[in-house]
Design a protein around this ligand. Structure first.
Ligand code: FES
Length: 177
């Protein structure tokens, strides 16, 4: 069988288009199917310990870290995630994501002024995580928490984001503690 030049070039173009379509389509399909893949990963439902309650004196805000329960073997130290723990009183805590609600820079707690400050664009938050000033449009995101066996646990696999908040609001749930 002989293949003329026009047919040959058509086959080459079709093959090239198929490769490009696969390269573009695989990430899209993975994204679309990610909720299904997520459902099978127990890491997303993990409650992780931030340590014993004695590490968080009442009335103080302390930095804590945990290991991301959804990680790859190559993640190394990037899977160690910091967060701010505010012990209000008794069993009442607030656990804040360290990331600014504006563009995600790590915020720092200044006990002298009782403010969380963002180094990137000057965002500031009050001690309860609510917005004080600057570009952030909302307060700091909070983790869900619970106390078990004298330890403070957080729902670490689910980092709250605006998208999650909107989805939770639509479903009539409160994602933050
Ligand atoms: S990232 Fe914090 S103010 Fe912009």
């Amino acid at each position: 069988m002989t293949v003329n030049r026009r047919a040959f070039l058509t086959y080459v173009a079709m093959g090239f288009n198929a490769v490009v379509a696969a390269a573009l389509g695989v990430p899209i399909v993975r994204y679309v199917l990610s909720p299904i893949a997520r459902a099978g990963d127990p890491g997303y439902d993990s409650w992780l310990s931030l340590g014993s309650l004695e590490q968080f004196p009442a009335g103080e805000t302390r930095l804590a870290t945990y290991r991301n329960p959804v990680q790859n073997s190559s993640d190394g130290e990037t899977a160690t995630i910091p967060c701010w723990v505010r012990h209000v009183d008794g069993d009442e805590f607030q656990v804040f994501a360290i990331n600014c609600a504006h563009l995600g820079c790590p915020v720092r707690w200044f006990p002298q002024s009782e403010l969380f400050m963002c180094p990137c664009h000057g965002g500031a938050y009050y001690s309860d995580g609510s917005r004080a000033s600057g570009p952030p449009e909302r307060g700091l995101f909070e983790y869900r928490y619970k106390i078990e066996g004298g330890k403070l646990l957080i729902k670490a696999g689910e980092i709250p984001t605006p998208g999650r908040l909107a989805a939770a609001a639509a479903a009539g749930k409160t994602p933050c503690a």
